[in-house]
Design a protein around this ligand. Structure first.
Ligand code: ZN
Length: 577
């Protein structure tokens, strides 16, 4: 009987704890790392994976996903699973499917088809709906085959809808009896293994809405109800809160009342239509730093991808904070087209751009900014500036350096007007700050995996972070990158034994070739149930991705293994740490 099931031989280990890299063999037995002992004889293992020249690092932890439905037809939660993610959090932003009575299932799916843009027919065909309560939903997740580990929030919207009724939950605060019942159910969810609760709190001007164009239940919920849910976490002494949209004061209040960590969404660098950076992320990071020093535990969750939305009139739904765009983008493509052709509607769209007050404009342009890459000319100017600096740094560095050198040559083809160059300079500075400044306060990782699948592929963020931020731009070390992609989110989510490499830990690992690592192009795939398509983006360079000691992907090809576990209370039952 060999001592190890698998031996990863000769890889360069980056342990996720910001230790300096070292070359070592790693022995794995029964799904766990049992030895990191320098040299281990090949004869002591059933399977030997030759990792010479490759990086061995902890699998990535993607806490912000909406794979609540997709996990039932795609156990690996792709595209995240392709990009080295080995654990996902579902039920973010207050949205999900439990608790839910059978009669309300269609409404629940309609809601998700709008606010997270998951295709309706796909959900209908792909979901088993073998639960009503949240604990039953966790049991269902436990039963279903998984290629990644999963932890689940109790989303507040279905909980409130279940007790108060969908319409009432939007119109008024809970009665005392309802609040008591909701808190009782939340406690039940926490006991069953929920990792905490989540809520989107954008208020009545929400940018991400329900099927009928009204704000989501949680957007307009009463503060007293919110604080009551926070108090439940204090009572059970476990879990954390994920949310988006509340004021800083309210986050601090929730932290105070719950006594638990907050995962704050989102730290993001946005730009206006000229590519000029908005400055809000700086004050966000300053506030997070200050709040943590005043006794709050607040983790910033950051968008670190270069946003590349690709959308059509038929698929887009994130202009909901604009009343007139909201009306235009409700319903299917035919409905939208009719409204787009209506002269009055067209005029209203023009008026909004021409005449919106400063607030309205800021609101609208922040959405546009958040969803627009810098304009082409700005981006090229940005590259030009970066390139000129980078060309000196990289000149001596072999084949990869030469590949980088090609970028500035391309961008030099067009002369840029001076103001664009200045805008670009601001954008570069801001991006550098956002990525490099106060790094310890935020983790990359708003993949929104499983959501908005027809226009974005943020699930590629680990690969993008490693290649662009760490390798090419050298804004962080690889050691730092792996800490922030794995150990930091693991800490935020209360994992006790994942997110870094150590003897005794579950073997959630990525083994990759840093030089070859890259994202594929964004492209359409017809691989969703009900013959639906989605945007995907593959990864190149991951030699092996391993979950609980079993390889799930080898050179981008799935092995079919489903070693993922439901992590109740942030850990699997066998965990001993
Ligand atoms: Zn979300």
């Amino acid at each position: 009987m060999p001592e190890f099931d698998t031996l990863i031989k000769g890889g360069t280990v980056i342990d996720g704890l910001m230790s300096g890299r070292f070359v070592s063999d790693i022995g794995i037995k029964d799904g766990r790392i049992t030895s990191i002992a320098g040299r281990i004889p090949a004869s002591s293992a059933t399977t030997v994976l030759d990792a010479g020249g490759l990086i061995v690092a902890p699998g990535f932890i993607d806490l912000h996903t909406h794979y609540d439905s997709q996990i039932y037809w795609d156990p690996w939660c792709t595209i995240s699973g392709w990009h080295g993610v080995t654990s996902v959090g579902i039920g973010n932003c207050g949205f999900g499917f439990a608790p839910c009575r059978p009669a309300d299932r269609d409404r629940a799916m309609l809601t998700m088809s709008r606010n997270e843009a998951v295709p309706l027919e796909t959900m209908k065909e792909g979901m088993p709906w073998d639960w009503e309560t949240f604990p039953q939903f966790l049991d269902s997740l436990d039963r279903t085959a998984k290629g990644v580990n999963v932890l689940a929030y109790q989303p507040l919207a279905p909980l409130m809808s279940y007790v108060m009724g969908g319409d009432d939950a939007k119109g008024r605060p809970a009665t005392d009896a309802e609040r008591l019942e909701m808190c009782r159910l939340l406690e039940e969810s926490m006991d069953a293994g929920s990792c905490g609760w989540s809520a989107q709190l954008f208020g009545s001007n929400s940018i991400q809405r329900d099927f009928d164009g009204t704000p989501m239940i949680t957007d307009t919920m009463a503060e007293a109800d919110l604080l009551a849910f926070a108090a439940v976490l204090r009572k059970v002494g476990r879990g954390f809160i994920q949310g988006i949209g509340a004021t800083r004061d309210l986050w601090e209040k929730l932290s105070e009342v719950s006594g638990r960590p907050i995962i704050y969404n989102v730290v993001a660098l946005t730009t206006d239509q000229h590519g000029v950076a908005n400055e809000t992320y700086r004050s966000t990071l300053d506030w997070i730093a200050d709040a943590n020093q005043r006794g709050h535990r607040i983790y910033g969750q950051a968008v670190t991808t270069e946003i590349a939305f690709e959308f059509t009139l038929a698929t887009w739904n994130l202009f909901d904070s604009s009343p007139v765009w909201r009306v235009v983008t409700l319903g299917g493509p035919e409905d939208r087209l009719v409204r787009m052709k209506d002269p009055e509607m067209r005029q209203a769209l023009r008026d909004e751009l021409d005449n919106a007050g400063e607030d309205g404009m800021r609101n609208f342009s922040s959405v546009i900014g958040a969803v627009s890459p810098p304009s082409r000319s700005t981006r090229e100017a940005t590259r030009h500036e970066e390139g000129l600096r980078g060309i000196h740094r990289r000149r001596d560095r072999g084949p990869r350096g030469q590949a980088c050198d090609r970028r500035p040559a391309r961008s030099r083809r067009r002369r840029q007007p001076r103001d664009h160059v200045q805008h670009a300079a601001a954008a570069v500075r801001a991006r550098t700050d956002a990525r490099a400044g106060q790094l310890e306060l935020r983790h990359p990782g708003i993949s929104d995996g499983g959501a908005h699948t027809k226009f974005m592929t943020f699930g590629a963020y680990p690969t993008e972070f490693l290649t662009k931020v760490a390798r090419d731009d050298e804004l962080v070390s690889l050691e730092h990158a792996h800490w922030s992609l794995s150990a930091l989110p693991a800490m935020a989510a209360g994992f006790r034994d994942r997110g870094f490499i150590r003897e005794g830990m579950p073997a959630d690992l990525v083994v990759y070739d840093l030089d070859r690592l890259q994202m594929g192009p964004q492209e359409k795939a017809w691989d969703y149930p009900a013959d639906e398509w989605r945007q995907v983006r593959t990864a190149v360079g991951y030699r092996w991705i391993m979950v609980n000691g079993s390889v799930t992907f080898e050179e981008g090809t799935g092995t079919g293994a489903v070693p993922g576990k439901l992590l109740r209370h942030g850990m699997d039952e066998a965990s001993s740490i």
